[in-house]
Write a protein that binds this ligand. Sequence first.
Ligand SMILES: *[C@@H]1O[C@H](CO)[C@@H](O)[C@H](O)[C@H]1NC(C)=O
Ligand SMILES: *[C@@H]1O[C@H](CO)[C@@H](O)[C@H](O)[C@H]1NC(C)=O
Ligand SMILES: *[C@@H]1O[C@H](CO)[C@@H](O)[C@H](O)[C@H]1NC(C)=O
Ligand SMILES: *[C@@H]1O[C@H](CO)[C@@H](O)[C@H](O)[C@H]1NC(C)=O
Length: 484
Amino acid sequence: MKYFNCEIFAIIAAVTFAFAYDEKESPYRSSFMHPYPPFSYYDDGTDPGEALFITPLLSNDSLTKADVRNIALVKGKQFLNVKSFAGYLTVNEAYNSNLFFWYFPAQESPETAPVVLWLQGGPGASSLIGLFLENGPLKLHSDGKLKKRKYSWSKTHNLIFIDSPVGSGFSFTDKAAGFARNEQDVGRDLHEAMLQLYELFDWQNSSGFWITGESYAGKYVPALAYRIHKAQQSYDFQGKHIPLKGMAIGNGLCDPLHQLKYGDYLYQLGLIDDNGLAAFHVAEAAGEECIRKKDMVGAFEIFDSLILGDLPKGSIFKNLTGFDWFYNYLQAHDDNCFINLGNFLQSGATRQAIHVGNHTFHDMDKENKVKNSLMEDYMDSVAPWLEELLKHYPICMYSGQLDVIIAYPMTRNFLKMLKFPDADYYKIAPRKIWRVDGELAGYVKQAGNLIDVLVRNAGHMVPYDQPKWIYELIYHLTHQKHAL
Ligand SMILES: *[C@@H]1O[C@H](CO)[C@@H](O)[C@H](O)[C@H]1NC(C)=O
Ligand SMILES: *[C@@H]1O[C@H](CO)[C@@H](O)[C@H](O)[C@H]1NC(C)=O
Ligand SMILES: *[C@@H]1O[C@H](CO)[C@@H](O)[C@H](O)[C@H]1NC(C)=O
Ligand SMILES: *[C@@H]1O[C@H](CO)[C@@H](O)[C@H](O)[C@H]1NC(C)=O
């Protein structure tokens, strides 16, 4: 009977979602954890060239790995001599599922530098947003030309961007069954992609592998780490060993059950009053109840009514505060500063250079298939995986102080619930002031493998707001295995 009810609910919800898409005025509101407007279709008429599939080349005996790397090399003056490689990795032959990667070897000591993967959230957002707006070696200037980024993580890391799960960015699948339905699917496909990248590139002397990401990637990062950890622990594991060293997650959604406490936060910020607080408390309690009953679609609906406002009813947050932007509480509206990135990525010259051919660029599309197939996953938790991973690897949870959607106190709330060897100490661990070159960057608390960082004066996209501080943080994490 219960199952039956949920089915009906799912159908109603699906109908409402379809309706909501047509009703939408503001483009970015079709998204979940996506701070950027979806890019619209663009075709400048230039020949996009052919898509490059790396996987068959890896098993071709007449090609050396150096040959394959040479084929994958990204060429073009527009990239300002920044060396990179790009192409498709087939992660599921039956569904023809292919993940797109773009890799930038470290500018300093690429032989020994750590290998770092960056994953965008969404779900359904392209990791190329992170590349060009947050931490990659290149950024897009308003005149449409590329410029070098001063605090690129690729200075001292072999930095990889993968559009994940399939259906995000340039990644694609030919079958509906190819889309990820849960985090096991996400982790499995990413693991397959990383195995192929470890085969292709000379990372054997690298100091190890780190997984990083933001927002909804708060699920993907532990999913890949847990997959690697479990696979390599298992008796009959035959594959290549990936030297996983740790993780960093920025303003990540990991455990919605304990991250829903918007009311208290907004009240303390002065953005709502006691009446608003009461309304939030009622909805939060209903959301928690749905999650406990495993009614994930119902939980999503409540989450939507709390803050997202994608459904026709909008959100309590918007109704009470007048904000339609929840990535920085100092800003009530989107500033549309990223719009030209979509045209750049979809131009024929870029497509040809990065070997995607004419494959459609999906980024939080109106029909966001990535999001839809992860509907049951939204409000689910990766906390059990984090608990296991914390026994073995450092995990840095950094939070931009000004974010609303995944606010620091909500992340703290879930971290305090985690059961891991240093859990008791975490609750009383002293907080340290963190400075970079004398600048007050934020605060750090560490308990065993858990490193909890508040980054001052930053919103949801920390590397966009505070590139120097977060670069220092990641550098220290990956090179010294502790925060600061
Ligand atoms: C292997 O690569 C060579 C050289 O590019 C090509 O001629 C050949 O067709 C490839 N073999 C297979 C089985 O794809
Ligand atoms: C890795 O280190 C070994 C030993 O120093 C060296 O022989 C090898 O060339 C190095 N490989 C790469 C890819 O740097
Ligand atoms: C927001 O306000 C509108 C207009 O009063 C109302 O119809 C809607 O139900 C409200 N949304 C929520 C989630 O409370
Ligand atoms: C891409 O190119 C192929 C071969 O030229 C063509 O069959 C296909 O329709 C094109 N797809 C898109 C999305 O333009």
